[in-house]
Write a protein that binds this ligand. Sequence first.
Ligand code: GCB
Length: 584
Amino acid sequence: MALGLFVQAQWLVANVAGRNTLSLNGSWAVIVDPFNVGESNWKPIWKDQHATGVHDFYEYAFDNAIGLQVPGDWNSQRNDLLYYEGTVWYKKIFQYQPAHGQLSFLCFGGANYIADVYCNGIKAGSHEGGFTPFQFEVTHLLKAGTNEVIVRVNNWRRVDGIPALNYDWWNYGGITRDVDLVTTPTNYIQDYFIQLKKNDTSHIAGWIQLAGNNGLHKVTIHIPELKVQYTTQTNATGRADIDFTAYPALWSPEHPRLYQVQITTATDTVTEAIGFRTIAVKGTEIVLNGKPIFLRGINIHEQIPQRAGRAYSTTDATMLLGWAKQLGCNFVRLTHYPHNEHMVRMADKMGILLWEEIPLWQGIQFSNPVILAKANRLLDEMIERDKNRSAIILWSLSNETTPSESRDTTLTAMAAHARALDPTRLITSAFNHVAYKNNTITIDDSLSKVLDVVGVNEYIGWYTPWPGPPDAMVWKNPFHKPLIMSEFGGEALYGHHGSKDTASSWSEEYQEQLYKDQVAMFKKIPFLCGTTPWVLADFRSPGRLQPLYQQGWNRKGLLSDKGYRKKAWYVIQKFYGEKENIAH
Ligand code: GCB
């Protein structure tokens, strides 16, 4: 399906990390092409041609070009690319010996925003969307010996993009995530969904999809630690629905138990560590493994502040999620887009529940029908990658959208789409439409009715003045759904001190007081199921122009751009300590 620039890549092979891979990470030669001439001129860069005759020449060359590290954004790697929005051509040479009867797939963890991929001079495919994986089969494009991959990456912001023209984070461009060449047998295990059945802790259910020669194939699932050996058969399309009894120790933040699950067919085997838990809503409570839980959360952007660049590795994930643990969190909202897969897998290991969302952030062109198709495709890609991670409990559709007929239709259709892909998890969205009347605050975005859990972003004490004393606020919940306060906070420059009563002091004291007030209000909201302060750490944002205090950074972090704790950190840490004690 081609949707303008949006040429769809297919989800061809699940669990890349568990496969036979050749990593293409490392230094790639690049050509920076600000006017995007390399694609359309009469000697396109993707052909990577070299002069042969005396009257022959090419106004580009990868030879002697400066390299960029992959994975990694270009902005933080070269000073001249800090603000760059445009095209960069990447080239990687590698040695490969394709084995007979094997398939090869080029798998990209993510590239922002459009990527066109060429393998040995032939286009393998294109992808739109900066934060989700994409894959192309390249079996027929590879040869024994030296091979080359060239990728055009363009990060111009687009009116019909997701996200669109404006957003409050840095538009980091490049091949920001891992690149792997995956090899599988011709008849292989393409994908699988293996989780506990909804509200049932003694049945594992889902499906397995084989690719290649479709037909009736035997599939076995082996979970040695549960003494499970389950065998079934695929139908003519290569799919097998699965459902069997098992009594796993349940995955939870306190005990993040993962089991080695092995799937085997006559020609292929794949193993993955999977945890099992249930998640549900009961009235206005969120219920994990049958027990109500308060989500002690934090918002995290995929950025390492000290490096002022995109996070992309296991080490990065360990640091970001380690900070969340130190704050006392059992929950993280991965804002505002799916983060790299290391984050999600690390959360599974560390026992951190996750909210994962697609970058449908304010200013989206809902009246354009292409948006629904693009949004659903992003949901596909997010859910395809992460559906077996027990850490994930919430799929989020959007952040701060303005109510309109086209918005409502789009988000309603997206909610149905996400539920069809994954009937086990909860659907949410972050809204900022609440009605203030004296001391009463009413959740009033009507789209809340299509969600399982409502997220509210409120900036009382920062963008909105306090309508009255914080502990006198009365929240009304006409939808009778669990509420997560998905954003709240204010700015402070680390180490800068001043009045606790004046926002424009940009002081740690003002931010600290704001958090104390928020906590006082939270204690009076009976249906509040979780909080995610905005935000873990200061992050780069081009719209933050205050020359003394911001300097291109959003300063709402509980941690500074060097990772130092501001006073507000300790307010949340104390609140979460109290919540944890109550839970025990
Ligand atoms: C919001 C947005 C978030 C911004 C934040 C802010 O409501 O959801 O992306 O960064 O406010 O700091 O203004």
